[in-house]
Design a protein around this ligand. Sequence first.
Ligand SMILES: [Zn+2]
Length: 187
Amino acid sequence: MSDQAAQEVRDGFLFLGGRLWLDFLNSAPATMGELIARPDDLARWAKAAGIDRAGRPAFAKEDVAAAHALRGALGGIYRALSEGAAAPVRAIAEVNRHLAVAPRLRRVESAKGSLQVSESIDSDLFGRVASDFADFIAGFEPHRLRKCGGEECSLVFYDTARNATRRWCSMAACGNRHKVARYRARG
Ligand SMILES: [Zn+2]
């Protein structure tokens, strides 16, 4: 497995969306099924995503339902964004519900003679995902928000490459499958 592929799969979860909220959306791939089925899955996803949950209560069954609700809302908004349609009002309300309990903490700090602002979000997984989505909305370019070109693949990503020509969720997965299929078709 290449270094890049190793980064894309962490503890069985996919991190190739280029954004936290897209990685969260990719936690139920068409080809793999539901990856967040139990509270423990949610805890593992948070850890794999690098979310520090020290001092937070363990996830419960209700949190899995909440995760699916937030993911469903983000999925609805994703579809609307990629079709240039209006996002569902209920989905927006769902995201806002999590944003409301995700205060953003800023601190001015002096470092090496200049002032800097550091920022953190005092929130658990859902608030972090919702905050990432809010940050994303503030500056995203619609043509970079994309679905993998793999036929059976449902994974989505934000193409951050300068020329925005990324076609696959991952070169190691769908990109290679495509290359192999093309090679076979030629033979
Ligand atoms: Zn794919």
